[in-house]
Design a protein around this ligand. Structure first.
Ligand SMILES: C[S@@+](CC[C@H](N)C(=O)[O-])C[C@H]1O[C@@H](n2cnc3c(N)ncnc32)[C@H](O)[C@@H]1O
Length: 213
C-alpha cells in the first residue's frame, strides 16, 4: 500500500476542535483533535501503511488520538490502546465511539499492568533526541516527542518489555527516525527488519517489524 494512498480531507471545524477524515484501504476514519494530544502526522500515516498484515489481538502503546488503534479495530482486530496522557485517552475513546468501534483505552506507562499476549503490538514512540535544557514546560507535548538524550529511551523500554507480551507468531511494529537511530541488537533474540521508509526534509522515518526468529 503506497504511502501516497493515504488521503487526508479536512471536513469540519467546530470551536477549537478540528475533525479530519482519513481513508486507508477503503476504511474511512473521522478523527478529531485536542491541543494536548499528538496530531496524526507523517510518522502516524507511515505506520498505518505498514500494518497491512496486522491480525488478531492487538495492543497499541501511546495511542494519542487513537487513529491507529481505531483503524485496526475497523479491520476487525480486537484492540487495547494505552497512553500516559489522560487527554489522549479521553480523545481516543471519543474517536472510537465516533467511528463505531470498541476500544479498550488504558492509562498506563508503557506495558505496566498490561496482561496477556498480543498478535500485533504497535508503537509510534516519542523519538526526538532531547537534551535536559530542551525540555519544555508543556508536559503533554513533551510526552509526545521527548525520547531522552539519544531519542531511544522509549524504544529501548518497548523492546525490553515486548517479548513478554508478544504471542508466538506475533509481530510488533515500531517507528524510528534517523535523528535518533535504532538499537542494532534486539533483546531476547527477537529479529527485526525495516518494512517502510520515508525521507522527510530533516530525517528519514522507518517502520521496523519485529518478531521471534
Ligand atoms: C508520537 S505520539 C504517537 C501518537 C499516535 N500513536 C500516532 O501515531 O499519531 C507518542 C504517544 O506516546 C505517548 N506516550 C509517551 N510516553 C508514554 C508512556 N510512558 N507510556 C504510554 N504512552 C506514552 C504520548 O502521550 C503520545 O500520545
Amino acid at each position: 500500500m503506497p504511502y501516497i494512498s493515504f488521503i487526508i480531507q479536512y471536513v469540519l471545524r467546530k470551536s477549537d476542535e478540528e475533525m479530519a477524515t482519513f481513508r486507508l484501504e477503503g476504511i474511512e476514519l473521522h478523527i478529531s483533535g485536542h491541543t494536548d494530544v499528538y496530531e496524526p502526522s507523517d510518522d502516524t500515516f507511515m505506520l498505518l501503511d505498514a500494518l497491512g498484515d496486522a491480525r488478531g489481538r492487538a495492543l497499541e502503546i501511546g495511542t494519542g488520538s487513537g487513529i491507529v488503534a481505531i483503524w485496526l479495530a475497523k479491520r476487525g482486530l480486537d484492540v487495547v490502546a494505552t497512553d500516559i496522557n489522560p487527554h489522549a485517552l479521553v480523545l481516543a475513546r471519543a474517536n472510537a465511539r465516533r467511528n463505531g468501534v470498541a476500544l479498550e483505552a488504558v492509562g498506563t506507562d508503557m506495558f505496566d499492568g498490561i496482561r496477556g499476549l498480543f498478535d500485533t503490538i504497535v508503537f509510534n514512540p516519542p523519538y526526538l533526541p532531547t537534551a535536559a535544557e530542551d525540555i519544555t514546560d508543556d508536559r503533554w507535548f513533551d510526552a509526545s516527542v521527548n525520547g531522552g538524550p539519544d531519542g531511544q529511551m522509549f524504544t529501548r523500554r518497548f523492546l525490553a518489555g515486548l517479548k513478554e507480551r508478544l504471542s508466538a507468531n506475533g509481530a510488533a511494529y515500531i517507528v524510528s527516525s534517523s535523528l535518533s537511530g535504532f538499537p542494532k541488537k534486539l533483546p531476547g533474540g527477537l529479529v527485526g527488519r525495516v518494512v517502510a521508509e520515508k525521507k522527510l526534509e530533516f530525517e528519514i522515518l522507518g517502520v521496523h517489524r519485529i518478531a521471534r526468529p
